[in-house]
Design a protein around this ligand. Structure first.
Ligand SMILES: [Zn+2]
Length: 184
């Protein structure tokens, strides 16, 4: 398994769509858009496959066609703004539109597989997952990491979680506070 630091992500969520929203991140006021990097979408798909958040059939199907990076990034940015700030109220109904545009079928384990690859297939699969999460009231539990330098989103099931990753952002914040206290 790839070490988390090498992936460019501060942690990996159990939700495929949360990891997708986390393809943009910031640290020390520098923003990294992982989809803008060379073969960024393919790398993200491979990472999701390695973490068993995509299966072989889903991955194979998605890679059959090329990706329109602008369309994918636009979807991600609108998704983040909807989840975090309630902007773009039409975002939810656009999800249904994305699924209709590239209908899904279900494999023998009842996993949704897009009928075509490339951007329409990817947006359809992500939209389906987001609609599921929306219905399960997961959207209202999505929070941004408390570390000001970190853009990562996570699902807060306990209502008390502060950091995307205790190891990375939790310790970083604690160390900074400890140092500030010592200085006084
Ligand atoms: Zn974080």
């Amino acid at each position: 398994m790839t070490a988390i630091a090498e992936t460019g992500y501060s942690y990996i969520s159990d939700h495929l769509f949360v990891n997708f929203l986390n393809t943009i991140n910031g640290a020390d006021s520098q923003v990294t858009d992982l989809l803008m990097q060379e073969a960024g979408t393919y790398k993200w798909l491979e990472l999701m496959y390695s973490r068993e958040l995509l299966n072989a059939e889903q991955l194979k199907k998605l890679k059959e066609e090329t990706f329109d990076e602008d369309a994918i990034r636009d979807f991600r940015d609108r998704g983040r703004e909807y989840v975090l700030e309630g902007k773009h109220p039409e975002f939810i109904s656009s999800l249904t539109g994305n699924v209709k545009q590239a209908p899904l079928y279900f494999d023998k384990h009842l996993n949704p597989v897009p009928g075509c690859g490339g951007s329409p297939g990817l947006l359809s699969l992500l939209s389906y997952k987001m609609l599921e999460a929306y219905k399960d009231n997961i959207f209202s539990r999505i929070k941004k990491c408390h570390s000001p330098a970190c853009y990562a989103l996570f699902v807060d099931y306990s209502g008390r979680r502060k950091w995307c990753s205790m190891e990375i952002c939790g310790n970083r914040t604690k160390a900074r506070k400890h140092y500030a206290k010592k200085k006084e």
